[in-house]
Every structure is written in structure tokens, then in C-alpha cells.
Design a protein around this ligand. Structure first.
Ligand code: PLP
Length: 394
């Protein structure tokens, strides 16, 4: 018999966050006796409908929106696709312009590229023009370049609230002000998937017309999300059918998922200030400990500018894939921050946009902390990483 497996130190909350107990409890009845189809009219359907609308109201209040502005989707990827393709699909211009930061998630960049006639060209949509706005060395959007990119027929601007890889929080208020001044007809979308566990999205994204949220990054269920669509924002659906969600997203409602998302957002909001401080202190201990134990460790972005749960580090001279395997052997779940479907890790487009070389980008590891992270998890990572890096450098 081999030695027992080490306990798991889960430090990959940006990939997904364990479900909160309150969320599982809130959802449980909807997998069992409260099973109605929210679109029907009998008592079982009315019960489901009531739960769905209660969830919608609560989510709206927590995101600073009206209930009618909350569109339930199948997650962050669908919300981002709906934002990009939904806006471009309805605009009547021949060559609409879409403007994105260089560090957007693939769920924004890929449909934007498809709309611009790139790989995966969308029928009838290939005529858009994509303008990618550079970021600075910390991963924050270059506001002067944004301003310069807003000439002509801009239909959509998409700038995330916080980045999933390095955690950099974007100056969204300034972005919104510039878009209003320079391209008043443009729709502003923000992907708030990573920001939602730590920032008050209602305040931070107040200037956006469209806001993406994903439940599973908040300790909610996977496969559920929201796109906030402010009143008056033109949007064509991606999924047609029974006309649910005011014709914006057809399909029988996932009532359990909506209830779970509301519970996750409620918990995250109630604990936000305390958790930001607690998780931020754990993150600081992890980063300071690794920096002092491992010479040549660099933080990818200044700590003051990233989410409290993010520690994105470069260990000069190592290959991230090899370090991740050694960390995993020691029970530490971390990430390279970006992966393609084949499992092979490509140098991150985010790090390259921030000015890193391909070798730098391949030496980066992302540790992300969240609502279940404890001192013990940090201790385990602090014990595992230094010998692993030393071994790889030898
Ligand atoms: N946007 C960002 C910034 C993300 O980090 C993710 C998930 O990795 C997504 C969108 C996609 O969300 P989902 O996993 O719910 O499809």
C-alpha cells in the first residue's frame, strides 16, 4: 500500500468555487418535490414560477438592476456570447465595430472574433470589425487607447470588471465615462464573473448596459448565469423557442439553478467585506511566504490592483505544467490560469498582452483563494511549492 493521499488544499477558486451549504439547501427542494415547469399555469407550475421570480427579484436587487432586466442563462459563457452576438445581431449597421480589451475571457473574444469573420465565422455576422485595446503591464486597459479606438460605428464595447487570470480590476467607471462621451450609441458590456465574489457589482458596474454573472464562481451551481440587460438595450436572442425570459432566452427554466444563484449571491454579498479582508490576508501570507522561500518569484500584477483572492506568480526557470503536477502530487490544486480544450497549456494571451515573454508566461502559476480557504490550505501550499520549484530548477 502506498502512503495515504495528502489532504487537498484547493486553491483554484477562479476555476470554480465549492458549493456553499446554504446554496445546496436552498436548491434541494427543486430537485425533488418542487419540480414544476415555471411556464405552466397549474399549482405546481405556479409554485416554481414564484420561486423563480423571487430569485430574480433578489438577484436584481443585489446587482443594482430591475427584475425585468435579469435574464437567466446557462452560465457565464452563454451570457458573454449573448452580450456580444446579441448586440451585434440586432444592429442595423453594415460594418459594426466591437471593441474589447486584450485580456477579455475567451467567452467574449471568441464570439467577437467570429463576428468579425475570423475562425468560427457566424452566418450573417462576419462583417463586424474587432478592435482590441491594449493593457498596461498590470493588465489594466489603456484608457487613452480605448478613447482612440472609439471612432466610427461602434456598436459594442466589452471590458471585464476583473480578470480571471491575474485578477486585475479594471477602471470600469472611467471606461463607462469615455464610452458615453466618445461613442454614446455604443452598448457597454462587462464580464463581472470573477469580480462578483469580492466586489459590489451594483456599484462597480453601474455604468454598464450588460453585466455577466456566473453562479459557480460564487459558490453556486454550475451551468447557471445571468446577463443583466438594462432596459432599452437592443439585444437579439441566441436561443429561440418557447419565448421564456421575455423572448431573450428560450428554454424551460432551471428553477433550482436560479434559486441557487440567488442564495450564492446573497451569501457573497452578506460576507463581502469580511471575506475580502480574510481572504486578502491569507493571500498575502501565501505570496509573501512563497516570495521569501523561492528566489526569483515575481507577482504578475501589483497586489493593490488585483482581487483579494488572486495570487498570480512567476517562478523563473520552471515550466508551469511540470510544477502543477508536483503541486497536485502534494495535494495542492492550482492552475496555469489558461488552458485550451486539448489540455495543452498555451502561453496566456493575458500575460502576453501585459508584455510578458512566452517563456515568462509559461512559468506562471495561479493560486486563487475563496470562501472555503483556510490557514491550513496556505500552509500546505507553502510547504509544497518551494521543494517542487527547487526540484524543477535542478
Ligand atoms: N468569464 C470569466 C471572466 C470567467 O472567468 C469564466 C469562467 O472561467 C467565464 C466567463 C465563463 O463562465 P462559465 O464557466 O459559467 O461558463
Amino acid at each position: 500500500m502506498g502512503s495515504p493521499a495528502p489532504p487537498i488544499a484547493y486553491l483554484d477558486h477562479a476555476a470554480t468555487s465549492p458549493m456553499r451549504r446554504e446554496v445546496a439547501e436552498a436548491m434541494a427542494p427543486f430537485g425533488f418535490h418542487r419540480f414544476g415547469n415555471a411556464s405552466g399555469s397549474h399549482s405546481a407550475a405556479r409554485d416554481a414560477r414564484r420561486a423563480l421570480e423571487d430569485a430574480r427579484e433578489e438577484i436584481a436587487a443585489l446587482l443594482g438592476a430591475q427584475p425585468a432586466e435579469v435574464v437567466f442563462t446557462g452560465g457565464g459563457t452563454e451570457s458573454d456570447n449573448l452580450a456580444v452576438l446579441g448586440v451585434l445581431g440586432l444592429c442595423e449597421r453594415d460594418h459594426p465595430v466591437v471593441v474589447c480589451s486584450a485580456v477579455e475571457h475567451a467567452a467574449v473574444l471568441a464570439p467577437a472574433r467570429a463576428a468579425a469573420g475570423g475562425r468560427g465565422r457566424v452566418v450573417g455576422l462576419g462583417t463586424a470589425e474587432l478592435r482590441v485595446v491594449p493593457v498596461d503591464a498590470a493588465g489594466a486597459i489603456d484608457l487613452a487607447a480605448l478613447e482612440g479606438s472609439l471612432g466610427g460605428d461602434v456598436a459594442l464595447v466589452s471590458v471585464m470588471l476583473a480578470n480571471n487570470e491575474v485578477g486585475t480590476v479594471q477602471p470600469l467607471e472611467a471606461v463607462a465615462r469615455i464610452v458615453r462621451e466618445r461613442a454614446p450609441g455604443a452598448v457597454l458590456h462587462t464580464d463581472a464573473v470573477q469580480a462578483a465574489p469580492f466586489l459590489d457589482v451594483a456599484a462597480a458596474a453601474a455604468g454598464a448596459n450588460l453585466i455577466t454573472i456566473s453562479a459557480h464562481k460564487l459558490g453556486g451551481p454550475k451551468g447557471v448565469g445571468v446577463l443583466v440587460v438594462r432596459e432599452g438595450t437592443p439585444l437579439r436572442p441566441l436561443i429561440f423557442g418557447g419565448g421564456q425570459e421575455r423572448e431573450r432566452r428560450s428554454g424551460t427554466h432551471d428553477v433550482a439553478g436560479a434559486v441557487g444563484l440567488a442564495a450564492a449571491l446573497r451569501q457573497a454579498a452578506a460576507q463581502r467585506a469580511g471575506e475580502a479582508a480574510r481572504v486578502g490576508a491569507l493571500r498575502d501570507r501565501l505570496v509573501d511566504g512563497l516570495r521569501s522561500a523561492i528566489p526569483g518569484t515575481l507577482e504578475s500584477a501589483p497586489r493593490a490592483r488585483v482581487l483579494p483572492g488572486h495570487a498570480h506568480l512567476r517562478f523563473a526557470g520552471i515550466e508551469q505544467e511540470e510544477l502543477l503536477v508536483l503541486l497536485d502530487d502534494a495535494g495542492v490544486c492550482a492552475s496555469a490560469g489558461s488552458a485550451c480544450a486539448s489540455g495543452a497549456i498555451e502561453p496566456s494571451h493575458v500575460l502576453l498582452a501585459m508584455g510578458a515573454t512566452r517563456a515568462d508566461a509559461r512559468s506562471a502559476i495561479r493560486f486563487t483563494l475563496g470562501h472555503t480557504t483556510t490557514e491550513r490550505d496556505v500552509d500546505q501550499a507553502l510547504a509544497a511549492a518551494p521543494p517542487a520549484v527547487e526540484r524543477l530548477r535542478r
